[in-house]
Design a protein around this ligand. Structure first.
Ligand code: ZN
Length: 399
């Protein structure tokens, strides 16, 4: 069997501190055979400066790829963003046109070294692209609805869509998930959780905007106005008062469940700490570009870390981001939170995402037996590794 040797000046492994002058032997399928320090140079070595395991994009909406550049990044809040999205959803996009946008976005992620994606879908539109992709997708079939009366029918439609994805992509590659606390009635939330297979991940948008906080607290603010304007009946929505909604959701989850709260832009450290202390398999996803786009504010990343949160990184969709680039997200995080070590950022964007999706036996770290994929971080200084706007990620091709 043909083997390859990757030699890096600096290698992030997630199995200990980054290694200097490391050599990794992999087989033709990309499986790690051995890792060694200070290797003797060979003529066929793939020599790179800084390398990491393949990325796991923990939060994306591939099916919104045709909205790239359509909505202004004016940071006017969630109700304003949703109103824009609703307007664009009225415009019919031919499936072929949307498919070509999704294929391009999927290809971009592959070239950048993404090996797996947690992707939110409301329709089957992304199924052909996912089935042809080299990236491993877990599809979160997202449901929403504020009417308790329609909860059973909404969940059934979600379950059926899930089956469609699983029939093509394989069992366990899709799960029904709630959109957000402010868009899901308690009845629907209860049904989603009781119906959910405990071994699969769940993902929910959480405290993304102050509009969401107002609505969840006492049904006030721009989201309440938006629902009124659009004649969305929300009489079944029970506000959460001063309770952190995530804590309420966790009470309904089996201890074996895994849940990712996405955004957390307006989450306080005290709230989060209570959730972390009460539930083991919690992940908190950072999508900083989308946060700047929609609210102009970022989560308290150092605070979340100090509270013990396990962080993941996602790009969100091309409706609120100009590219699905994990390196762009990591650069934004390091520019705003310079105290966060590069090693941590890499771990969030690789190993933690793999753990959340249940793929850590294959992806997320450089370890014999795993097939993590390899990324070269071009223009990163191996002697002072930092993300900055010139850093580019490229998949290391073993062919
Ligand atoms: Zn999202």
């Amino acid at each position: 069997m043909k083997t390859h040797r990757i030699v890096a000046d600096l290698l992030f492994t997630n199995e200990g501190p980054p290694l200097r002058g490391a050599a990794v032997d992999v087989d033709e399928n990309g499986m790690v055979l051995a890792i060694s320090g200070e290797a003797t140079p060979g003529v066929n070595d793939l020599r790179v400066t800084v390398a990491s395991p393949g990325f796991v994009n923990a939060h994306c909406h591939l099916e919104l790829s045709h909205l790239k550049g359509r909505i202004a990044d004016d940071a006017r809040g969630m109700a304003h963003f949703i109103a824009n999205m609703m307007a664009f959803r009225q415009v019919h996009i031919p499936q072929a046109a949307n498919e070509s946008c999704m294929t391009e976005a999927d290809g971009f992620m592959w070239q950048e070294g993404v090996v797996a994606v947690g992707d939110v879908s409301n329709t089957r539109a992304s199924l052909p692209v996912k089935s042809a992709s080299l990236i491993r997708y877990h599809t979160f079939v997202e449901v929403m609805g504020l009417s308790a009366e329609h909860a059973a029918a909404i969940l059934n439609a979600g379950v059926e869509l899930c089956k469609e994805f699983e029939a093509v992509l394989g069992p366990g590659r899709a799960s029904v998930t709630p959109h957000a606390v402010y868009s899901v009635s308690r009845e629907l939330m209860k049904r989603i959780f009781s119906d959910h297979p405990g071994h699969l991940p769940l993902s929910i948008h959480m405290q993304e905007s102050s509009d969401e906080l107002d609505y969840c607290r006492n049904k006030s603010g721009p989201l309440a106005d938006l629902f009124k304007r659009n004649k969305v009946s929300d009489s079944d929505f029970l506000p959460y008062g001063n309770e952190y909604p995530l804590l309420s959701l966790l009470k309904a989850l089996p201890p074996s469940g895994r849940l990712q709260a996405v955004h957390n832009t307006f989450t306080t450290v005290d709230q989060l700490k209570k959730a972390v202390d009460s539930f083991r398999a919690l992940f908190f996803c950072m999508c900083p570009s989308a946060n700047m786009f929609i609210t102009g504010r970022l989560p308290d990343v150092p605070g979340l870390v100090s509270a013990g949160a396990r962080l993941t990184v996602g790009t969100d969709s091309l409706a609120s981001n100009d590219r699905l680039s994990m390196v762009k997200e990591l650069t934004l995080l390091q520019e705003h939170f310079s105290s966060v070590p590069t090693e941590s950022l890499v771990r969030w964007a690789t190993l933690h995402g793999a753990q959340f999706l249940g793929l850590e036996s294959e992806f997320g770290s450089v370890k014999p037996g795993k097939t993590p994929g390899f990324v070269v971080l071009e223009n990163m200084n191996p002697d002072n590794p930092r993300f900055h706007p010139e850093v580019r990620a490229k998949r290391i091709s073993l062919n």
